[in-house]
Design a protein. Sequence first.
Length: 256
Amino acid sequence: MIFSDRVDRNISKMRALLQGQSPPLGLKSLCPHVKTVKSQWAVKRLMSAGISFFKCSLNELDLLLQAGAKEILIAYPLLSADAEMVLERKKTFPQSTIYVQISHPQHLQILENFQTTWDCYLDVNVGMNRTGITPENVWSLYSCMIDAKKFKFAGIHAYDGHVQHLDMKARHREAAKAMALVLDAVRALTDKGVLVENTIVSGTPGFLLDAEWLCRQPMMTNFIFSPGTWIYSDTITNALLPDTFELAALLLTQVV
């Protein structure tokens, strides 16, 4: 069961939270991950509020394309079969821009095998240690990408999903460490004259702390935040961000 009024209030609350950190921020500063909502209805609700950029796994790619999303970021680097599927979608839905991620030269080699130009973000590891290149190696990977000729650089992606500590002091500390690494990665490129137009960061538990820290720094790039659980929220989100978002989805079942 989805409570549409609560979804709408969560959207309004998100707008207010971001603008509370910095007035220029707002819903256009979001790239919500839709892995938890998996719903065209929810996506269209977000689009009607002014959000046009979304993040997804391959499981939600068709959902976003069919909903008419203008910009879509695939949440992780692609292997060959995945890249083939994404290329098919690029041809079928030319009105949408699909961004891929690169965090290793091998990802470049995989994508080079296809006859297309790829819009791509460099994926940077800022402490989660799941995917991503280290900030000190960003320039090397960027150079390989530019030499390959088949890639259009869109920016940096740096997901800090490990920042979900119940202790607020620890969460503040880890968010600051992660965002400092993000700025290291951005500087590695801007110091060499590269324009880093967009930098995508954050999950739901850490996005407010990330925004608070980043808004105190010189703006070398446009920061976009990619939390997703907040749309429906859940008990974990309520524990980490009490009195912030409303539970907007319930599972209705029957025990026989």
